[in-house]
Design a protein around this ligand. Structure first.
Ligand SMILES: [Zn+2]
Ligand SMILES: [Zn+2]
Length: 386
């Protein structure tokens, strides 16, 4: 059975590059091995991450992940941004605009969970510890792991509110990067239907949500993001991380800085940042590889309704040969309207690893979710290729 979590090639992968939009490291799966696939990739081998940029455009960056592993929407998003460094002083940026950013990354520990030794379990035993007490610790760990696994399956069935368009209030289609864009002014994820409606009303040069005029150049875009970072906007941290990760908007590529910012963003509540960190740690992008820590990031976001992270958790179970568990995770995201998860269940069904009833349930749930996300404006946007 091909692995869903193919090994990514650090040299070619691009982590998330959210420009102005959230990073969707959304899926990676593919060909022989389905993994996480990049959210917006349309072309075959590229893991395109679509970015919702501040200019209101969706950019696709092609970061190729060797075996189809998408790793980061953020990168792609970032990659999409046109980098202009004219007149931009990175040091000045760091000193004057990011100074208010607290170093919370140091407090960021891998979420506690089964198998995560560093997050719990005493590492030292009393010299006189008896075999019985060791056995008790093992039982406690096992019970804790079991509770965590149950929580993972029970929580996060409803999508994260951050994926809801603030204008029409409908959830944005998945992957979000293909159906919406984010403007740096307010960091809101506005669906393409509402963006089109705004243009039809003559609103071309400003944000359809907050009406702030679009920045004229990259330096202005960066200032806009920094301003939001100064207000401790989680998605602004996330987007700025993408800029550093991809070296856009005049910034020198700085992956460690991107990891720091994603960590801060995750602390502040960005689930997309968890997605990116999951990819970074799982594949060792910019940090020492730590698969368990990467998985924990995906699990934490999955329990809060992040579809792509949930799908990744399903891929992990798939690769571990836990097909029934994988189906349960894919089922949740199929019902959120994520087609890749539906495809994964179909694939498992075709291989005799999922039941016909499960596939039928996934089909119905997916269809219902897609129907709920439809609107006249969105259909019009799709028809016009917006
Ligand atoms: Zn909308
Ligand atoms: Zn705005």
């Amino acid at each position: 059975m091909a692995s869903h979590l193919a090994k990514a090639d650090p040299s070619t992968s691009v982590l998330p590059s959210p420009q102005f939009s959230s990073v969707d490291l959304r899926s990676i799966s593919d060909k022989g091995s389905r993994l996480l696939r990049a959210t917006s990739s349309r072309s075959s081998g590229l893991i395109p991450f679509t970015d919702r940029c501040s200019s209101g455009h969706s950019h696709t960056t092609g970061l190729r992940l060797p075996q189809g592993l998408p790793i980061g929407d953020p990168q792609q998003r970032a990659a999409e941004t046109q980098a202009h460094s004219e007149g931009f002083d990175e040091e000045e940026y760091r000193d004057s605009r990011l100074s208010p950013v607290p170093k919370i990354r140091d407090r960021m520990e891998p979420p506690a969970g089964p198998g995560n030794e560093s997050a719990r379990a005493p590492s030292q035993q009393d010299d006189g510890a008896s075999v019985a007490s060791v056995g008790g610790v093992a039982d406690d760990r096992s019970a804790e792991a079991s509770r965590y696994s149950q929580r993972l399956l029970n929580e996060g069935h409803e999508r994260w509110e951050g994926d809801r368009c603030p204008i029409c209030f409908l959830f944005v289609g998945l992957p979000v990067g293909e159906h919406a864009r984010v403007n740096g002014c307010c960091m809101k994820t506005v669906c393409k239907g509402c963006a089109l409606a705004a243009k039809q009303r003559g609103i071309y040069d400003r944000c359809p949500f907050c009406r702030t005029p679009h920045p004229a150049d990259d330096a202005s875009k960066l200032v806009m993001i920094q301003k939001r970072v100064g207000k401790r906007d989680a998605e602004a941290f996330n987007n700025l991380a993408v800029q550093y990760f991809c070296g856009k908007l005049g910034l020198t590529k700085d992956v460690p800085r991107a990891i720091e910012l994603w960590t801060d963003a995750a602390e502040l509540g960005s689930l997309d940042a968890h997605h990116q960190l999951g990819v970074s740690y799982f594949y060792g992008y910019g940090v020492e590889e730590d698969k368990l820590r990467g998985i924990r990031h995906w699990q934490e976001a999955a329990m809060k309704g992040h579809a792509l992270c949930r799908h990744m958790v399903g891929d992990v179970e798939y690769d571990n040969g836990n097909y029934e568990l994988a189906v349960q995770h894919y089922m949740i995201t199929a019902k959120m309207g994520y087609e890749k998860s539906l495809d994964a269940i179909k694939d498992l069904f075709m291989k005799g690893l999922a039941t016909k009833a499960q596939y039928a349930e996934a089909l119905r749930g997916f269809g219902d979710a897609v129907e709920e996300m439809k609107s006249h404006q969105r259909e019009e946007a799709k028809r016009l290729g917006v």
